[in-house]
Design a protein around this ligand. Structure first.
Ligand code: C2E
Ligand code: MG
Ligand code: MG
Ligand code: MG
Length: 288
């Protein structure tokens, strides 16, 4: 009887596995068509300068509007895109679209002629030999000044491409394209590589920020990250600010930039314009 039960369980398990494999395969097929069917869009999350309280730029975040399944989050399809290599053409599309949109806003809003855009770059894209050529082409086509483009890479992108990382980062620095380390603290967290590579900004991962409950309660990890970064002349962005306390803490320890739902969720381009975000002359929070 135990044997029969075992077999039944195995079959259920097997069916679930089969179901999952089918779904995954379908996702892969749909993803291949999504690019040519124009199903991707970018959302833009404002990045705030904590000294002035003004928006200095946006992080572009890709969204997939699936014709049957609706909006699919990047957490779900970016890994599939990475495994299938589709991240390369998708990544190029994201870079193109982000640079194009930011250039439009620079031209439209006088006080934002140096508006910046952060673009996420996956590990595989970072090791793609034509990345620099593609970026040059896109900057040329869109006429976005290279100093307005910032690339967000993870610690893994550097660690897993340690042979080529140095040369790529140097090529980017030669062009004045800034490098941010995304989700800092969640990966290898090998602080020793930081001073070996030309890095401009550290984004402290949301999981650290979310632990801040009060301004008076010191958070040693955050303090250490900020001190180290500043010691190495690297600026710091606090990711995922959701409360006043978290904002106050980030300002107290002199983080340069912040992002999070406390200010804005990622918005589509129409919402950025409708909310007149780039017409505002007032700082977004008081006591700046
Ligand atoms: P990420 O680059 O670390 O982006 C931050 C994520 O945190 C975004 O999720 C954003 O919507 C979310 N977030 C921002 N502020 C808050 C907050 O205050 N609270 C909470 N709970 N969440 C906040 P999203 O858009 O779902 O993106 C998830 C991840 O997918 C990104 O993490 C990034 O790793 C990846 N991704 C998104 N767009 C792209 C892209 O164009 N290319 C690549 N390669 N990866 C992308
Ligand atoms: Mg990011
Ligand atoms: Mg991040
Ligand atoms: Mg993240």
């Amino acid at each position: 009887q135990a044997k029969a039960l075992g077999k039944a369980q195995y079959q259920v398990y097997n069916q679930q596995m089969h179901q999952r494999a089918v779904e995954r395969l379908q996702l892969e097929i749909d993803l291949r068509n999504a690019l040519k069917n124009n199903e991707f869009t970018l959302h833009y999350q404002p990045i705030i300068c904590l000294k002035t309280g003004h928006i200095i730029g946006f992080e572009s975040l890709v969204r997939w509007q699936h014709p049957q399944l609706g909006m699919i989050s990047p957490g779900k399809f970016i890994p599939v895109a990475e495994e299938t290599g589709l991240i390369i053409p998708l990544g190029i599309w994201v870079l193109q679209e982000a640079c194009r949109q930011i250039k439009v806003w620079q031209q439209k809003y006088d006080s934002f002629i140096s508006l910046t855009v952060n673009v996420n770059v996956a590990v595989q894209q970072f090791s793609y030999s034509r990345l620099i050529q593609e970026i040059d082409k896109i900057l040329e086509e869109t006429q976005l000044p290279s100093s307005c483009l910032k690339l967000e890479i993870t610690e893994s992108a550097i660690m897993e491409n340690s042979d080529s990382a140095h040369a790529i980062l140097q090529e980017l620095r030669d062009r004045n394209i800034k490098i941010c380390i995304d989700d800092f603290g969640t990966g290898y967290s090998s602080l020793s590589y930081l001073h070996q590579f030309p890095v401009d900004n550290l984004k402290i991962d949301r999981s650290f920020i979310s632990r801040i409950k009060s301004v008076d309660e010191p958070n040693k990890v955050i303090d250490a990250i900020v001190n180290l970064a500043h010691y190495l002349d690297i600026s710091v962005t606090a990711e995922g600010i959701e409360t006043q306390e978290q904002l106050d803490y980030a300002r107290n320890v002199n983080c340069e930039y912040a992002q999070g739902y406390f200010f804005f969720k990622p918005l589509n381009a129409e919402a950025v314009e409708a909310m007149q975000l780039l017409n505002q002359k007032k700082p977004l929070f008081l006591n700046v």
